[in-house]
Design a protein around this ligand. Sequence first.
Ligand code: R5P
Length: 326
Amino acid sequence: MSELRLSSEKRLRVFSGRGYPELAEEVAADLGIAITPTSAYDFANGEIFIRFEESIRGCDAFVIQSHAAPVNKQIMEQLIMVDALKRASAKRITVVAPFYGYARQDKKHRGREPISARLMADLFKAAGADRLMVVDLHTSQIQGFFDGPVDHLFALPLLTNYVGSKVDRNNLTIVSPDSGRVRVAERWSELMGSCPIAFIHKTRDPHVPNEATVGRIVGDVKGRTAVIIDDMIDTAGTIVKAVDACLEAGASEVIVAATHAVLSGPAVERLKNSGLTEVVVTNTLPIPDDRKFDKLTVLSIAPLLARAIREVFEDGSVTSLFDGHS
Ligand code: R5P
């Protein structure tokens, strides 16, 4: 034999943890491939075992796991998958975390607190991740916590397209539930035809998690459709207080749009009982049937994830998916 033929063909593979396989299936179907068969089970004491059932040497691996409850288990499982991929000689490993857990702990609010969002990034790096793909981080700065490329995707086009098709854009105010999300409200306003924005002056007791105290609304919602935007709805305390504030200030109707439907504890009851017209979320997290309700609309994030994965695999541009915004 006078020549050696080397196959330089890149191979894309998608792996799914057990946190939300339905979303991974949707992404894989959009890409036109099957999820790589994986054995996963828990030992009696809760330790996790993972084994991939096919050779993955040299592949471009995308490991999809949304950090749904129980959050710590899903994160640990994804870390173990990354470790297994690295030891099996995957060429590149991308952690796809549509909802990135611990993102709210992105700074020390008081002394002697952790920065858990940074710890998460360090853990993925130590396990062997080459890059991260996430949707609507709680704050953009978290991108800088990971020592490597981060594809920060936005649900904004998906949400604005849907909401824009339902409302009169001439009678709309975009409402940020706190001052920290005003920049996002401005982007919403741009995409909805420069409608006015308002924000709710919120103060929080740092000693009580998931407890928001709503102050007054800054801006005009009287007689208008108020669209309250947020990155996540957890217990829905923030959102229902914002809805009440808008209605008290004379809003004709209130629509809520958020990317991540965490929907913990009393969230569903609170949303059902509040005066809002509709809640629009994406499926970055699983929503069991018994947490769904009439006013809830769930948009699929899978096509966006699939497009971004394809761009990364083909060395294309993820930024181009968002008109240069990143
Ligand atoms: C806060 O800064 C976040 O953006 C959300 O507003 C908050 O985490 C939602 O939590 P909850 O639904 O429990 O009020």
